[in-house]
Design a protein. Sequence first.
Lengths: 246, 182
Amino acid sequence: MTTVPPPVAPERAGFVVELDQFSGPLDLLLHLIREDEVDITDLPIAKIADQFLAVIDELGLNQAADYLEMAARLLRIKAQLLLPRRAGDDEWEDPRAELVRRLLEYQQIRELVDWMQQAAARRAEQFGRGFAPEPAAAPPAPLVIELNELLAAAERVIALIPEPMLHRVVPRPLDVEGATAKIEALLAGREQLAWRDVVGARATVVDVLSAFIALLELAKRGALKVHQDGAFGPIVIRREPAREAA
Amino acid sequence: MSPLAKLLEAALFAASRPLTVDELCSLDPQAGEGTVRAALSEVRETYATGGHGVELVEIAQGWQFLSRREYAEAIDRAQFTLRPRRLSPAALETLAIIAYRQPVGRLEVDEIRGVDSGAVIDKLVERGLVEVVTRGEGLGRPLLYGTTPQFLEVLGLRELDELPRLEELSVALRPPAPAEPE
């Protein structure tokens, strides 16, 4: 038996805010502003930004994008406010203006929501005719089917399955590199070899082919000479003295 | 009550949704709109003064018999009827924006709410509270949404202009006042 350890509540300093209760980053911002009882048109950006970041610290991924975008916006405004500006600069625009405008707009929407909630609650006190509960979706009728029909259906489905394509995976048949290395090793020790020495007594077709191609390749490179006295005679392999580089 | 008033009473009793004046006019081709409105008032007066459990209410651009408020609790408790599902704050926010900005596209709703509202709008369309009313001019000719009579019904409003005016709200939508030259 395994015992599940009780979930350990993460210790968090200060206030704890459930993000689910907010319908978005603006809602959270408004909440922070109300908590701090600060003037919305003169936002203490640095403070609010820090609180905002603290709250979204443990954010679920699916919500993160909207909140992170707001966090980035807050930090940018904070940075812009830190930039020095010349006195009497008429061009300067409060970087908070856009955010404040959005917050006011959003707050207005929240007030409308309150109003609509009350209206809906009041409407719900009256019932119209025929407001019957929607019938629950009827469960599907039990399936009536004969065995033959079932088998026929199964056959039809099986017929639709394409023939499986089978590939036999075989190891790479020719091993020319291996044979080359083997011949070179043999010739390093001896001046002259017989064909038998190269392929061994129980060579497979593939071994013979590999050895033969390796032999021809080495002969072409000038590493050895292949000599045969007559047709079907024994093949003699002789090492060529290493040529000096031209 | 006049014969026309009784006819309207019967039709309003039979219907399970608000009937518009136009619809009620079609009951009697001889009756003009003015006569029908007068007859409607007659029905309403009869129910208002005669001691009835229902009243005739003007709602969602139409007229409907509704049970009186004082019986809400008892009817609710007996569970003869199903309470409409309540709208989530996200849904109400979206509805408010669409109601005031219609016709309005998703982007604008997203911008005001600060979150992606596509899924919420889809749900509202599904519930018949908002609908696509036209397409915008901009890039991709975005779908623009507006509220439906069903929206008015859920809030118990006759017309959209019963929604509070923005300037009546305590927070006025004003940009921060520019500094006055001193």
